[in-house]
Design a protein. Structure first.
Length: 318
C-alpha cells in the first residue's frame, strides 16, 4: 500500500440478526461478530463519512493504515436496531441504503421474498412452486426460463452451486414484472399477507429521518431491480423515484447510491452516467476491490463483511 495513495476499504453489511426469516435462505452476520469486527477495524483504520468521499480531498489519514467506510444495504430494521447503537457509542459514521418501494406500502422486495421462501422450504420444492404459479398466471416466458435453468453466472460466493443457479434464475433470468408477481404469490402461499412481515423487516420513516439528520442516508433505488437490465428510462425512474420519496420522507435528498446487486450483471457505464444525471455523487458496486482517492466515485468497489477478518471467507488483511 502506497503512503501517497492510501486504500479506501468500503464494507457492506446486509442481515445482522436474521430473526424475521431464520433459515438457510438468510445469512446473518450476527450482532456480536459485527461489534467485534468494527472494534477490529477501529484499531487501524480511519472511518469516513459519505461527505468525506464526495469531497475533493480526503481528510488526513493520521496514524491509520487505511480509510474505511461502513455501508448497509436494503434498509433492514435490524440494521438500525443492532448497528446504530454500536456505531453511536463508538462515534463511528456509516452509510445506509434503503429501497423506497417498501415505505408505506406493506410490500416486501422481491429479493427478500426469495430469501424468506428459501428459509421456509427446500430449494427443490421452490422451483416447482414457481413453475406452477407461472402456469396459473400464463407466464410462458417465466415457465420456459424455469425449465431451462439459469444462464446467468451471478457471483454468490457463499452459496453452493445449486443455490447460485437458483438465485441467478430468480434475480436475473425471469422477466422483471413477472418475477414480482410470482414471488408475491409464492410468498402469500407460504407466509400469508406481506404487510405484517414488511413492518418487521424494514426501517420506517422515523429511523430514516434519524439517519438523514446524521448524514448517513443514501438510496438503494426504488424497487431493487438490476439496473443495467432496464432501459435508460427505467434506470432513471428507479433512481429518481427513490430520491424523491426519501427527500419527501426525511427532508434531505441523498447524493449516494448503492446499486442493487451491484455486480457486472446489474451495473454498466450507462447506469453510472444516469446516476450522475440524477445528481448522485457517489455510487457503490459489489466489485470486491479496494478504492483509492482517484477511484471513480460512481463506480466505487466494496468488500462484503464476510471478506474481512472474522468473516467466513477472509480475503482482506488489516
Amino acid at each position: 500500500m502506497s503512503a501517497h495513495r492510501p486504500e479506501i476499504l468500503a464494507v457492506t453489511y446486509h442481515y445482522l440478526a436474521g430473526t424475521v426469516f431464520p433459515g438457510p435462505g438468510v445469512h446473518p452476520f450476527g450482532p456480536e461478530r459485527f461489534r467485534a469486527q468494527v472494534e477490529l477495524l477501529a484499531r487501524s483504520c480511519r472511518f469516513l463519512r459519505l461527505e468525506d468521499l464526495e469531497a475533493e480531498t480526503l481528510p488526513p489519514l493520521g496514524g491509520a493504515s487505511r480509510y474505511v467506510l461502513l455501508t448497509f444495504d436494503d434498509g433492514l430494521a435490524e440494521q438500525f436496531e443492532a448497528a446504530v447503537p454500536v456505531l453511536s457509542a463508538m462515534g463511528i459514521p456509516a452509510a445506509f441504503f434503503p429501497c423506497t418501494a417498501t415505505l408505506g406500502t406493506g410490500k416486501i422486495l422481491h429479493a427478500h421474498r426469495i430469501h424468506a421462501l428459501r428459509s421456509a422450504m427446500p430449494d427443490a420444492e421452490l422451483l416447482p412452486l414457481f413453475l406452477d404459479l407461472a402456469g396459473r398466471f400464463q407466464f410462458e416466458e417465466s415457465a420456459a426460463a424455469i425449465l431451462r435453468g439459469s444462464g446467468a453466472a451471478a457471483p454468490y460466493p457463499y452459496d453452493s452451486a445449486e443455490a447460485r443457479a437458483l438465485k441467478s434464475l430468480f434475480n436475473y433470468d425471469l422477466p422483471l414484472r413477472e418475477r414480482e408477481t410470482l414471488s408475491e404469490a409464492a410468498f402469500e402461499e407460504v407466509y400469508g399477507a406481506e404487510a405484517p412481515w414488511a413492518e418487521r423487516l424494514y426501517m420506517g420513516p422515523a429511523a430514516l429521518r434519524k439517519l438523514a439528520e446524521a448524514g448517513f442516508l443514501g438510496t438503494h433505488t426504488h424497487a431493487h431491480r438490476p439496473l443495467s437490465r432496464l432501459d435508460p428510462g427505467g434506470i432513471r425512474s428507479e433512481i429518481a423515484e427513490s430520491l424523491d420519496i426519501l427527500e419527501k420522507t426525511t427532508g434531505r435528498r441523498p447524493s449516494a447510491v448503492s446499486y442493487p446487486y451491484g455486480n457486472a450483471l446489474s451495473v454498466s457505464p450507462e447506469v453510472f452516467r444516469i446516476a450522475a444525471e440524477c445528481g448522485l455523487k457517489t455510487g457503490f458496486t459489489t466489485e470486491r476491490a479496494m478504492g483509492r482517492a482517484d477511484t471513480p466515485r460512481r463506480a466505487f468497489p466494496r468488500y462484503d463483511a464476510e471478506d474481512l477478518p472474522l468473516g467466513r471467507r477472509q480475503v482482506v488483511d488489516l
